[in-house]
Design a protein around this ligand. Structure first.
Ligand code: FAD
Length: 473
């Protein structure tokens, strides 16, 4: 069990010391693949350019656990979202990741959208989701009393849920590491010298050379650039930015379901959704860009969101905004994932994991391991994974500050440090001592919610920083 962030990598130069599989990219997808590989007696490395897991697209999504009702029927994405959604719901229960099955309402605002609803119900049925149902304007208003005027009806999509997007990749990585995977952070792979028969690949990283028999590309927005390192040029990633607005928990009573728009050519469109943390999200935009680092918010993007939000849920726009953020989806010009196995190279690309990768992650992990096995990786017998139980960050279950027995056993859970989010000293201490500890205050925020509230760290920032510095010394 090891997590490294600096220093030279383990020596893999002697014959037999090479990793069996190296997964490059520790987003939710790479972490899920590493976790799945950890079921077997293999030597596995998970290698990440940044200093933490889940730092790429995985940290900035809409946090919806999709049913896959609106996927392209027959596509690989449709299958993996359907399977992955079920797998993640079960896993979340086992691993203590917050999920709220709030359901979705796909709202029609004009006659054209209303006419599209039966088609969407039919598409859902072709995707194996037979539970959708038309909802009249009157029923819609009864179920969502704060909806703006003019909604003509909706499609009820039960099963759509909201999930904690930060604990998910962290749980996978934690379980992978506890089951024997080596996680190398701050370790960008810069070049690849592909191996040959009996000769491992050589990955030239910022921290030295790593040898591996099989290689998996889970590089998210950079999957095409990584493919190029092994001589493949099958697709190009276009970053599609999604800007979002996070409203304060006071807004939470305004919305009961995920309110979806009728999808358009640029994707799923702007939604309003509750979060497991008690906030309300408005977004995302869909802007095709050239810059793979453009995760800033723009005045135009936010103004457009506010205009759309005002129509859907006018009262929401009178509520306080806690934060804005933006994430980039890996669009590739195809309405499907770009997953390809290259057995001759002992290489699998898991690319184009666009707007559903959180939901599909566990199914993507299983599918990738099947592809590796087809490409010649001998898996051997399966063994149980090390158990994992994540700290609960969701509002639907008791948090440590509410648990008198726990506080009696350990008073650190009664000492609130971040008052907006009610994060205790005990939780911060635990995160700093965890299997995959945070490398930054943002990493600590994703593990505890500290500094994620309405003051954004204005009040607790110094205290949280002091604990972080003390805990990482
Ligand atoms: C606005 C938005 C909303 C979304 N909403 C949802 C949703 O509601 N539900 C859902 O299921 N999905 C949603 N998604 C999609 C989901 O977030 C992504 O599909 C998923 O996070 C992709 O994960 P990934 O692991 O492929 O990529 P990433 O998380 O980007 O991880 C790739 C990693 O590879 C690393 N890397 C790249 N190159 C190298 C290299 N050479 N060496 C080492 N490391 C490297 C990067 O540093 C990065 O950490 C949304 C996405 C966005 C942007």
């Amino acid at each position: 069990m090891s997590v490294t962030r600096c220093g030279v990598l383990p020596d893999t130069s002697a014959p037999g010391d090479a990793y069996d599989v190296t997964v490059v990219g520790a987003g939710v997808v790479g972490c899920a693949i590493a976790r799945e590989l950890a079921r077997y007696r293999l030597r596995v490395a998970l290698v990440e350019a940044s200093g933490d897991v889940g730092e790429g697209s995985s940290k900035a999504n809409t946090a919806i656990l999709h049913t896959g009702f609106d996927a392209v029927p027959g596509s690989l994405e449709a299958r993996l979202v359907r399977e992955g959604g079920r797998m993640l719901a079960a896993y979340a229960d086992e691993a203590g990741i917050a999920v709220e099955p709030v359901g979705a309402l796909l709202v029609a605002w004009d006659e054209e959208q209303l006419a599209a609803l039966p088609r969407l119900a039919d598409k859902a049925a072709r995707n194996g989701h037979h539970g959708t149902r038309p909802v009249s304007a009157a029923e819609l208003r009864a179920r969502e009393p704060h909806l703006g005027p003019g909604a003509l009806g909706a499609l009820d999509v039960p099963g759509e849920s909201v999930v904690d997007p930060w604990s998910t990749p962290l749980a996978y990585a934690t379980q992978a590491v506890r089951s024997g995977v080596d996680l190398h952070l701050d370790c960008r792979v810069e070049k690849v010298r592909p191996g040959g028969p009996g000769v491992p690949h050589r990955l030239i990283t910022r921290r030295g050379v790593l040898r591996t028999r099989f290689l998996v590309n889970a590089c998210g927005l950079y999957a095409d650039a990584f493919d190029a390192l092994v001589g493949r040029h099958d697709f190009t990633v276009t970053p599609r930015r999604g800007q979002l607005v996070v409203f304060d928990p006071f807004a939470r009573a305004l919305v009961r379901h995920i309110l979806l728009p009728v999808p358009g050519p640029l994707g799923k469109g702007v939604l309003i959704a509750p979060t497991v943390f008690g906030n309300v999200l408005l977004g995302p935009t869909a802007e095709d860009l050239d810059d793979r680092t453009a995760t800033g918010s723009t005045a135009e993007g936010l103004a457009a969101l506010r205009a759309q939000g005002r129509r859907i849920l006018p009262a929401l726009l009178d509520e306080e905004v806690t934060a804005v953020y933006a994430g980039l989806r890996a669009a590739t010009g195809t309405e499907d994932y770009r997953i390809a196995a290259h057995p001759e190279l002992r290489y699998v690309t898991v690319g184009g994991i666009r707007s559903t990768g959180l939901t599909a992650s566990l199914a993507l992990g299983r599918h990738t391991v099947e592809l590796l096995a087809d490409a010649g990786l001998e898996l051997g017998a399966e063994r149980p994974l090390a158990p994992v139980r994540m700290p609960n960050l969701g509002e639907a279950s008791p948090r440590p500050y509410q648990d008198a027995e726990r506080i009696a056993r350990d008073p650190a859970y009664g000492r609130v440090v971040c008052h907006c989010e009610r994060v205790t000293r005990g939780e911060i201490r635990d995160a700093l001592a965890s299997t995959v500890p945070p490398a930054s205050l943002d990493g600590l925020r994703r593990r505890t919610r500290a500094r994620a509230g309405r003051c954004q760290g204005f009040s607790c920032g110094a205290a949280v920083r002091a604990l972080f510095e003390e805990g990482t010394r």
